[in-house]
Design a protein around this ligand. Sequence first.
Ligand code: URA
Length: 424
Amino acid sequence: MYSENAVLDAIETKKRGDELSENTIHRAVEGYTSGEVPDYQMSALLMAIFIRGMDYEETLALTEAMAGSGERHSFPGCVDKHSTGGVGDKISLISLPIVAACGAPVAKLSGRGLGTTGGTIDKLESIPGFSFDLPEERMRKQVEEVGLAITEAGDLAPADRAIYALRDTTGTVDSLPLIGSSIVSKKAATGAGYLLYDVKSGSGAFMKTAGEARELADLLVRLSESLGIEASALITAMDEPLGSAVGNALEIHESVRFLQGEDSPADLSEKSRVVAARLLRLKGIQEPEDAVEGAISSGAAYEKFAEFVAAQGGDPKTLQNIPVSKEVREIVAPKAGYVVRLGALGVGRAALLLGAGREKKGDKIDPGAGVEVLVKAGDEVEEDQPVARLYGKRNAKRAEELVLEALKISGTPVQRPPVILGSL
Ligand code: URA
C-alpha cells in the first residue's frame, strides 16, 4: 500500500527540485497503476516533474517502472522501430517488410493516430479483416514463420497508458523525461533487442527544431541501451508530408506501389531505404544497402508484406483495391512559381478534418479519407495546376482552406530540403 503521505512526500521533494529515489518512483507508478494513488496526486507529481525536470537516473527509474507495470514480451533477436509521429509517415509499412525479407525478424509495437499524427494501426486496419489481436504466443509463432508481426500495446506498459492519458489532460505532455520514459517503456515491454528511433523535427512534428529532436534522440538511445537494447536514431524532417498520401487507405496504396517497385516520391524512397538499411546494420547484416535494393527489385519485400497481411487476417488480394472515398476535390495553385512548402501541419489538419484522424481518443475515423499532395518544396508550378486532392465528405470546405493556407509559392527557385537531418 502506497500511502497518500508517501505520494505527498514525493510531490514535496520534486516541487523543491530535489531528486526522487528509485524506490519512490517505482512505488508511485505501482500505486497509480493499481488505483491506490488518485489522479489529483499523480497530476501534481507530473506537474512538479514537468517544471523541475528529472535527471537521467530518475528518468531511467521511471522508464523501468512503467515497462514493468504489466506483461513483458521478449524478442531479443528482433528489430523494431519507433517514429515520434508525422504526417504521411508510412515508413514502417515499407521498411519493415524489406527488413524482414532480408532476414532480420521484426516484432513491432504500433499505435493509433492522434491529432495530425497518423498511426500504423489505423493504416493497417483499412485492409479488410486485418487484426491486431496478437497474444504473445501467436506473435512469437508469426515472428518465427513470417519474420514480421505488429501488435498494439494491449497489456504492455499499462502504467504508461494511464499516465499518458493524465498528461494529455493536465498540460504535462511536452516534457523530455516524460516523453522519453513513455516511449522507451513501451518498447522495452515489447521486447525487441534492436531499436531504431526516427525522431522527427519540423513544423509537423512534436519537436519543432533539430536541436530539440537531437536531445530526445539522445535520451531515447541512452535509455534503451541502459535497458540492454541496441539502439540508434535518425533525425528526420517533418515540415512537409512524407510521400504524397496522407490518410489510412491512401497510405496503404502508396506503400504497396512502392513495394511493387513503382516510382515513388523522392523523399519517401530515400527515407524508406535509409531506415531499412539502418535496421539491418543494427542487426549486424553486412552491406545492408545492397540487401535493401535486392529485396525491393526481386519482389521479395512485397511478397513479405502480403504474407504478413495474410498472417494477421487480411486478404492480400484486396491490397490493390482497398476503398478510398469517392468524394474527391482537386485544389489548384493560385499562382505560378516555385513551391516553398506544402506544410505538414496544415495538410495533416485537413486530413484529420476530412475524417482520416481523430481529434480525441475514441473518435471514429473514415479509413478512405485523406489528402494526396501532388507538389513538394522545390517543384515549379503553373497557375491552376493541381497541387492536392482531398478525399472524404467531412469538412471539405475547411480542409481546402487549410491546404491552401499551407501552400507557399515563391517567385524565385527553391532548393529541395534534405530528408535526413542527422543520426546517432
Ligand atoms: N509518444 C509517446 O508514446 N509518449 C509520449 O509521451 C509522447 C509521444
